[in-house]
Design a protein around this ligand. Structure first.
Ligand code: PEP
Length: 250
């Protein structure tokens, strides 16, 4: 059976005191043998705090971005080797907010995924269509295009480390979600594209859903056969809500 993941994306939220409470709540409910892997993606300055709070808990932590460069004169950037210094196990790449506000191209996002894998970190590779693309019936074409550079840059061994996150941009932070059946159809499409590449890969790779997941809608989404958990934004800032969502993925 594929590993299920529930990963929190804190975005640019939090602070030392609030994080401590949140991390303690997540840690208290997580066991190393939990059937669903839990992850927390924090802003860079709090990675040490995550490491200290979550070490040995079974919860995986990581960042929300990394540089496509290896190191050197890139002011403001953080490279994969720096994330490994804090034992990051995962890193989000290609979140729609980075694609939109920071002009990250499809190739650049795949390069970041490669850098993550080279450093032993699992990239949470975000793909998804905008509202306009959705309304124009372009969802599948957009997703196929976003996946293509990943297949071009990562060989099968490296691809095996990827967690794909389908996040329709129109569902992020809006309270809107696709129906579980519609989300399932898209996840099936993504899995079919993975299968075009390798049947073993399609069988093994987690494909998680993100966009306005709450404890009230998580179970119906996660019950779909090709939805292997979720990437959770706003609802990951409350430990009780985050863990209720994680329970729905069991
Ligand atoms: C996200 O930003 O990755 C996300 C899924 O946000 P939200 O859950 O708040 O829609």
């Amino acid at each position: 059976m594929r590993q299920h993941w529930v990963i929190g994306n804190w975005k640019m939220n939090g602070g030392l005191a609030a994080n401590q409470t949140l991390l303690a709540g997540v840690r208290a409910a997580a066991g190393p043998a939990a059937p669903v892997r839990l992850g927390v993606c924090a802003p860079f300055p709090y990675l040490l705090q995550c490491q200290q709070a979550l070490d040995g808990s079974g919860v995986v932590w990581g960042a929300q971005d990394l540089s496509a460069e290896i190191g050197g004169a890139f002011t403001g950037e953080v490279c994969g080797a720096m994330l490994t210094d804090f034992d990051c196990g995962i890193v989000i790449v290609g979140h729609s907010e980075r694609r939109l506000y920071h002009g990250e191209s499809e190739v650049r996002v795949a390069e970041k995924a490669l850098r993550a894998v080279e450093n032993g970190i699992r990239p949470v590779f975000c793909i998804g269509e905008t509202q306009d693309q959705h309304d124009a019936g372009e969802t599948e074409a957009v997703l196929a295009r976003q996946l293509m550079p990943l297949f071009a840059l990562l060989n099968e061994t490296r691809l095996a480390m990827v967690i794909v996150a389908y996040e329709p941009v129109w569902a992020i932070g809006t309270g809107k979600t696709p129906t579980p059946e519609d989300a399932q159809a898209v996840h099936r499409f993504i899995r079919a594209r993975l299968a075009d590449h390798s049947a073993a890969l399609a069988e093994a790779l987690p494909v998680i859903y993100g966009g306005s997941v709450k404890s009230g809608n998580a179970a119906s989404l996660f019950a779909q056969p090709d939805i292997d958990g979720g990437l959770i934004g706003g609802a990951s800032l409350d430990a009780g809500e985050f863990l209720a969502i994680a329970k729905a993925a069991h």
